[in-house]
Design a protein around this ligand. Structure first.
Ligand code: MG
Length: 162
């Protein structure tokens, strides 16, 4: 018997001037970037929470508190790698991941494939097991005004039973 578990993650970060814009570990050319204690990578944060959730390992704030100076300016790659390590230690592997990024600016269409490839590499799966969808908020609310970027992620994991 193969055991499956699903996890979901969400994140939102403010867009501000003078910060690099990192999404899914890819640096994107932009006049504004995501504010955060770490590098602010909202795609990797949602994915980290989805992996932790699938494995029953709590949330990103418990593992990597934003009050901890060790994580100031941290590359979010390490959060996802540590979450992956936890589920792998439990005998799980990633089946697939599905990400939605909601951003009014910059337009993410041109970088979707770059994000997909980078996320697949970080999750150690073939690229066809990762989907990245870019949406806008039709001008509505803070995200629609270009003040923030919002992300959602769903991850399925599996392990073979004894
Ligand atoms: Mg975050």
């Amino acid at each position: 018997m193969t055991e499956f578990r699903v996890g979901q993650g969400y994140d939102i970060h403010r867009l501000v001037a003078g910060r690099p814009l990192l999404l899914g570990g890819v640096e994107i050319e932009s006049e504004v970037g995501l504010l955060g204690h770490s590098d602010g990578d909202a795609v990797l944060h949602a994915l980290t929470d989805a992996v932790l959730g699938a494995g029953g390992h709590g949330d990103i704030g418990e593992h990597f508190p934003d009050t901890d100076p060790r994580f100031e300016g941290a590359s979010s790659d390490r959060f996802l790698a540590e979450a992956l390590g936890l589920i792998v230690a439990d005998g799980f592997e990633i089946v697939n991941a599905d990400v939605t990024v909601i951003a009014e600016r910059p337009r993410l269409g041109p970088v979707k494939m770059d994000i997909r490839q980078k996320v697949a590499a970080l999750l150690e799966v073939p690229v066809d097991r990762v989907a990245v969808k870019a949406r806008t908020k039709e001008g509505l609310g803070a995200v629609g005004r270009g003040e923030a970027i919002e992300t959602f992620a769903v991850v399925l994991i599996s392990r073979n039973g004894k």
